[in-house]
Design a protein around this ligand. Structure first.
Ligand code: UDX
Length: 469
């Protein structure tokens, strides 16, 4: 992308933490690599307010933040839907469909920016959920790119499943993907909304349209690493007509300034090296109350130190009060008395926790940011994927990379947890079983590949970004 006179880039993430975080990191990266570049990040008002009030890395002060109006209420959604973190899963598809109404406001904003700057932006880098923004880019003569915040394999498999709904054409439990016959999917690896999709439901309506719009973009950049996701990148390049440049891992900077978390970091400071299992299901997902009990009992039986970010279970207000009855009797007291487990309610500084020397494993839902944050810090994963691409991220990490063990799978309602499996897998990964040792060895290799990708000269992500920009 060459144009010496118009070096202004507009970034437009979807309004969810798992999308905004890597876009913020990308903004920082672009500015670091090209200090003369002018970056504007666009989101809805509540997200812009959150970004402004969070402890952003210093260079973010040089990024222009602009909000576009969005009214969740007009679509029957609660105000907090703007950030997705606090809405029940079934409302997410309503939000996805509603987010398409942002097009006129986005177009107006680009018009305003063009007036202010005296020239249109050189490039719009949008979320894949906002692939429609290529229309706006064309109108202003700007280059258009999609930044995939999810991994290559997860994106390729999830997109293929939604496009073809192959599970509807067979009674078999296992079936190949039409474009990628070597990739075999098991029915248990389909989230509920995909299992139930028939091509006329709201999820199919949104995702099939969005997937086909991605083909209109000029280029794709993706938050992954060439050497780590060889298969996934080959799959994506097979189906996309434009260049695909991996530029990862792009992760946000640590931030210890999240209020009320000092005790967590202090507790971590006092634990032996690599002894703590960090447990979190990301920014949107939760598990059911019975699953929570199984997990708690499995953790206790494994006699492993843990730090569990805990939220009310499926079916309850995620911002509501946490009730002890959702856990085994006196669980929290026992853990506190023994000093072996900490339950954190709310939001914790995840990247800082994963970077801490005491953290030795991550029981994760396998959202792609969590995957990158964990592997780039050399932390092995115990996978409990719940939805969307998470199921395929876990599959790829277990089968191709050998950096994780799956402990349960399925969507939020149906995933079966078993305390005995949790205990066995956690012991294996955390207490140096044969498989645990092999996983740690593989994680170290992957961490090395991720580091190399960002070394000057031969690094593949350095190359990817300079070819793109
Ligand atoms: C969503 C989708 O569910 C997932 O399938 C997709 O791959 C990414 O977006 P999400 O729950 O947001 O997943 O998980 P993840 O991708 O892991 O992103 C969560 C982000 O929030 C991470 O950057 C993580 O560090 C941060 N986080 C989460 C915190 O900083 N503190 C927390 O307490 C929880």
């Amino acid at each position: 992308m060459e144009d010496g006179n118009r070096q202004h880039v507009v970034l437009f993430p979807f309004m969810a933490q798992g999308h905004i975080n890597p876009f913020l990191a990308l903004a920082e990266l672009l500015r670091r690599r090209r200090p003369t570049l002018f970056v504007t990040l666009v989101s809805t008002p509540l997200n812009i307010q959150n970004i402004k009030s969070s402890s952003c890395p210093p260079s973010l002060s040089s990024i222009r933040l602009r909000s576009i109006p969005f009214s969740p209420a007009a679509h029957g959604l609660p105000p907090e839907a703007e950030t997705t973190a606090a809405i029940p899963f079934h409302q997410i598809v309503t939000l996805l469909l509603a987010s398409q109404s942002l097009q006129p406001a986005f177009e107006q904003l680009i018009e305003d920016i063009t007036q202010e700057d005296g020239r249109p932006p050189l490039c719009i880098i949008a979320d894949n959920f906002f692939a429609w923004s290529f229309h706006v880019a064309r109108r202003f003569g700007a280059f258009h790119s999609i930044f995939f915040t999810s991994g290559a394999y997860g994106t390729a498999v999830y997109s293929s499943l939604w496009t073809h709904l192959p599970h509807r054409k067979t009674d078999s439990d296992e079936f190949p993907l039409p474009e990628f016959p070597d990739t075999i999917i098991h029915r248990s690896q389909l989230p509920k909304h995909l299992l139930m999709a028939d091509g006329t439901d709201p999820w199919s309506d949104f995702l099939q349209r969005q997937i086909s719009l991605v083909s209109e973009t000029d280029a794709v950049i993706i938050n992954t690493v060439e050497e780590v996701e060889k298969t996934g990148l080959r799959m994506l390049r097979k189906v996309l007509p434009c260049p695909v440049w991996p530029v990862g891992p792009v992760v946000s900077s640590p931030s210890s300034a999240i209020a009320g978390n000092d005790h967590i970091l202090k507790w971590l400071d006092s634990q032996p090296p690599a002894s703590v299992l960090y447990v979190s299901f990301g920014s949107q997902n939760t598990i059911t109350a019975p699953q929570m009990k199984e997990l708690a009992m499995g953790l206790e039986a494994s006699r492993t130190r843990f730090l569990w970010v805990i939220r009310p279970p499926v079916g309850f207000d995620v911002k509501g009060e946490f009730k002890a009855e959702w856990l085994p009797e006196k669980f929290e007291e026992r853990m506190r008395d023994e000093g072996t487990g900490v339950l954190a309610h709310g939001w914790v500084p995840q990247l800082e926790i994963l970077s801490h020397a005491s953290t030795g494993g991550f029981l994760s839902h396998c959202g792609w940011n969590s995957v990158l944050e964990s592997l780039s810090r050399g932390v092995p994963i115990v996978a409990w994927p719940l939805s969307g691409d998470q199921l395929y991220n876990a599959k790829m990490m277990e089968e191709e990379l050998g950096v994780c063990v799956e402990v349960a799978r399925g969507n939020m309602e149906s995933s079966r947890a078993d305390r005995v499996v949790v205990e066995k897998v956690v012991k294996e990964v955390m207490h140096g079983g044969q498989r645990g040792k092999e996983i740690r060895r593989r994680v170290e290799e992957v961490r090395g590949l991720m580091k190399e990708a960002w070394t000057e000269g031969p690094g593949s992500s350095v190359k990817g970004l300079s070819e793109f920009f």
